[in-house]
Design a protein around this ligand. Structure first.
Ligand SMILES: [Zn+2]
Length: 508
């Protein structure tokens, strides 16, 4: 069937009784989507921000003229009252239908057929009867409810998803979705900031159209995108989607927490920026290592780390930052695994997970009833809003809360259903850490390197110009994570590495 050629007309005015109607951009998205579904070809789009109660709209006039010239034979608008609300303009549309210049009038909210009854209904619609106003409201409500139920994703898929034209929905991309998960995990752990995360994503093919790393604002948008929770967006409102989520609510909320903490105004930044302070202790006397600037032989300025004990009380000398980093990186290489190994291990972990499915029936049921209550609340909220009893701002805020609450409950229920898997996630995290160690062993971001040592390293010390720290082996790492915060020291002989650095402050 050939596509019907039509003109699209969107109008928004400041008439007080128009406030139920969507904005022009909103109408455009709806209408383009409608056209796609109905096989309508849009030849031109006309937009107007004027009242339709009096004749004399320029865009409308131009569209009708072009229709009378035979350019298109269809008009697409959100509702008849977008086209005309006065008898002169309404008459022109009806005359065009009568003379078959217009063979198709399409509205997502109004069914029109070119029969005498249809024309009569159209005339009513172009007028302003109370009856009509009421049924218009009903139409809008119906449209919104339909959208709520469908949960489809109507625009281009966000990174991590692909559009599926068959289902008119999106689904997780097999590879990209994993990159998104990784990005969220990294950010939640604090091993990446916005900038380094942007570079990380860039390496994995997430870039701007120009091929450069994404800006901070884009990264922030990515990290707050509720699509990854399986929600679908309709203008500034989120609905429960009918596609698979990529990120667990737990991880999503963890990321939001980090974002919020970083958004708070920071205390005055220290004048000196020393990435490795408050990390290493002196291997001789146990005092904290501190940092300072020093000038080398050729006048260059360098950062050095040293024991805080006074000269004479501790024999340890200075250590240049570059030397310290080189040692840390070498240590990273001993705890890192290549991608092939990590991928194999991740696959095994998945198998473990599947093999250990225990369920806790009563708790699951309890959570289910809580979830049901939360969903009923949400339903009620939607009705209250559609009835015009609460302002949109309140509705949006409350709804976001309720949806996230529901999702958290669902997640909890899922946790109980897989009660035996408490150890799987930490193991997976460890595997990813070994991957991260590999990545950082060639990184130039000292802050990232430092925070990673803080995270995985135990008992970091510096002695005789060499740096040491323990890194837990998987079984201990898992045990540690399970103990929730209880620090376990691992066998230093097993995991520590000692390297000597020839660099010294005097010869620098
Ligand atoms: Zn010391």
């Amino acid at each position: 069937m050939a596509n019907q050629k039509c003109f699209l007309y969107a109008r928004k005015s400041t008439e007080p009784d128009d406030k139920q109607v969507m904005s022009i951009p909103a109408q455009l998205v709806e209408l383009r989507e409608f056209a796609r579904k109905e096989n309508l070809e849009i030849l031109s789009e006309f937009q107007e921000s004027k009242s339709a109660k009096t004749p004399g709209r320029e865009q409308f006039a131009e569209m009708i003229t072009r229709i009378e010239a035979g350019e298109a034979s269809g008009i697409l608008a959100w509702h008849p009252d977008r086209l005309a609300r006065n008898s002169i303009d309404g008459g022109r549309v009806i005359y065009a239908v009568d003379t078959q210049k217009v063979t198709s009038l399409r509205f997502p909210t109004f069914w029109f057929e070119p029969t005498p009854q249809g024309l009569f209904m159209l005339q009513v619609a172009f007028g302003q009867s109370k009856y009509y106003s009421d049924s218009l409201t009903q139409n809008v409500k119906r449209g919104m409810r339909a959208k709520l139920r469908r949960g489809e994703w109507l625009t281009r898929a966000p990174f991590g998803y692909v559009n599926n034209p068959k289902t008119r929905n999106i689904e997780p991309h097999p590879v990209h979705s994993k990159i998104i998960v990784r990005a969220f995990k990294e950010y939640a752990k604090g091993t990446h900031g916005l900038v380094s995360l942007s570079h990380f994503l860039h390496e994995h093919g997430v870039s701007t159209k120009k091929g450069t790393p994404l800006g901070k604002a884009s990264i922030k948008r990515l990290l707050t995108n509720r699509a990854y929770l399986g929600f679908t967006k309709h203008y500034d409102e989120w609905f429960e989607g009918s596609f698979a989520p990529i990120i667990t609510p737990k991880l999503f909320e963890a990321v939001q927490k980090v974002l919020a903490s970083k958004a708070r105004p920071r205390r005055m930044k220290a004048k000196h920026d020393f990435p490795f302070t408050n990390l290493f202790r002196c291997g001789e006397c146990g005092s904290m290592f501190t940092a300072q600037w020093a000038t080398g032989k050729c006048g260059g300025k360098y950062r050095y780390y040293r024991c805080t004990k006074k000269k004479g009380k501790c024999a340890q000398g200075y250590l240049r930052e570059e030397a310290l980093v080189a040692e840390i990186k070498e240590r990273f290489q001993t705890i890192s695994l290549c991608d092939e190994d990590t991928d194999y291990m991740l696959k095994r972990v998945e198998e473990f997970e599947q093999g250990e499915n225990h369920s806790s029936q009563s708790r699951v049921q309890n959570l289910s009833s809580k979830l049901k209550a939360s969903e009923e609340k949400l339903d009620k909220l939607v009705s209250v809003y559609l009835d015009g009893d609460i302002p949109k701002s309140v509705y949006i805020k409350k709804k976001d809360e309720l949806m996230r609450e529901s999702l958290a409950l669902k997640e909890k229920r899922k946790d109980f259903e897989h009660l035996g898997n408490n150890w799987v996630e930490p193991l997976r995290e460890w595997i990813l850490d070994t991957k991260q160690a590999n990545f950082l062993s060639s990184s130039a971001d000292f802050h990232e390197i430092s925070s990673f040592v803080k995270k995985v390293g135990t008992n970091p010390t510096v002695r005789d110009k060499s740096a040491r720290f323990g890194a837990p082996v998987p079984s201990e790492f898992v045990a540690e994570r399970r103990a929730l915060g209880k620090v376990l020291n691992c066998d230093p002989n097993d995991t520590e590495l000692k390297t000597h650095s020839p660099a010294s402050p005097g010869s620098g």
